[in-house]
Design a protein around this ligand. Structure first.
Ligand code: AMP
Ligand code: MG
Length: 361
């Protein structure tokens, strides 16, 4: 996401229009404003990514502290390496006996199972054995062989997870199963930051948890926010699509986020629970926009696995179950960009060699 790009561009355009002396004065003025106001974002490496929160003029230290304490707490609960974390206990013992977890992990578990049901298993939090086998996030990733996949795939099936809301327990029916909330945890964390903003009546904020973005409240000029969607082919360059929208979460799943290459072949981090391999369909990325970041995060991963056609069919169903507007942007390998039906936000394509494909359902 390139939230700040547009703002920076405006300042640069403004500076070149005035002479050098004035521009120096202008820069000093800007530095003065910045040092006087509290519009400083705070960022930290949490949840395996850089979490940046900008509360603009409401950015008091006390609120930032509360937000980052909460983010670190979520990280502790979801860490699979930290002994005694909920996730560690589930992944190491839930086959032996039902494991009781805290409210955070249990509510993510329930939402994940619902997403799995509706997507008929395209989204599946029990992908952990696959994530472990391919080891994409490590320094030594591994291309899984068919024999390895045949052995691992029977362990990937959300139907073999039994939950009990009475005591918030999770039980696996097969030995070797494991949970991985990588597709949804950052969205959950963003929603928790939003709750803290609401509690303190923060007027505007940008929450960016490693690209999992939430634009909160209204900009100072009461205009909508501009959010850029990355060009999947050049993720470090200027954005490919600009969407102008009111308060919302905007989350992208794409081939460029985490991958490794062997020769010409690229292997990315979103797996088909049916083949055990990185999903290979017409898509380069899917962006989901809705007010709930956990849902946007989960759905962007799910839609990536499902492909455009099936995702479009499911959007009305998800909108009615969660009672909220859900929109999506599909960026495809053939340089077509398509938007979900009745896409309600202003959008612009910022590269000439990409075109909008209208879909009439
Ligand atoms: P995201 O970047 O939000 O799309 O999430 C990708 C992460 O979700 C991966 O790094 C895995 O940890 C996990 N994951 C991969 N494939 C799936 C899947 N089919 N269903 C659920 N989670 C997945
Ligand atoms: Mg996701």
């Amino acid at each position: 996401m390139h939230l700040f790009l547009f703002f920076h561009k405006c300042i640069i355009c403004f500076i070149v229009k005035i002479n050098l002396k004035h521009s120096l004065l202008f820069i000093i003025f800007c530095l003065y404003i910045t040092s006087c106001s509290q519009e400083k974002p705070r960022y930290e490496q949490i949840l395996g990514t850089i979490c940046t929160v900008n509360l603009f003029e409401d950015g008091r230290d006390k609120i930032y502290d509360e937000i980052f304490v909460r983010l670190r707490e979520i990280e502790r609960e979801f860490s699979i390496d930290k002994k005694n974390s909920d996730m560690y206990r589930v992944n190491s013992r839930a086959y032996v006996e039902p494991v009781t977890v805290g409210q955070d992990v249990f509510s993510l578990m329930e939402t994940s199972l619902l997403l799995s049901d509706i997507t008929e298993g395209a989204f599946d939090v029990s992908v952990e054995p696959l994530v472990y086998l391919w080891n994409i996030n490590s320094a030594s990733p591994h291309v899984a062989s068919q024999e390895e996949l045949d052995e691992i795939l029977p362990l990937v099936n959300y139907k073999n997870i039994v939950t009990n809301p009475g005591n918030r327990s999770i039980h696996f029916l097969k030995e070797g199963m494991g949970l991985d909330f990588g597709a949804i945890a950052k969205g959950f964390a963003a929603d928790e930051v939003v709750k803290i903003c609401e509690k303190h009546e923060v007027r505007r904020a940008i929450i960016d948890l490693g690209g999992n973005v939430y634009v909160y409240g209204q900009k100072a000029n009461k205009k909508d926010w501009n959010v850029g969607i990355k060009n999947p082919e050049y993720p470090d360059s200027a954005p490919l699509v600009r969407v102008t929208l009111p308060q919302n979460s905007i989350v992208t799943s794409g081939v460029y986020e985490r991958f490794f290459s062997v020769g010409q072949e690229k292997y990315h981090h979103i797996f088909s629970p049916f083949t055990g391999r990185p999903v290979d369909n017409e898509l380069l990325s899917v962006t989901v926009i809705c007010e709930n970041s956990m849902l946007a995060d989960g759905l962007s991963t799910a839609f990536f696995v499902l492909g455009e056609k099936k995702s479009r069919e499911l959007i009305p169903k998800f909108s009615s179950i969660f009672n909220m507007q859900i929109s999506a942007v599909f960026i495809k390998k053939n340089h077509e960009i398509s938007f979900s039906r009745l896409f309600p936000y202003v959008r612009s394509i910022l590269y000439d060699d990409w075109r909008v494909k209208e879909v009439y359902e």
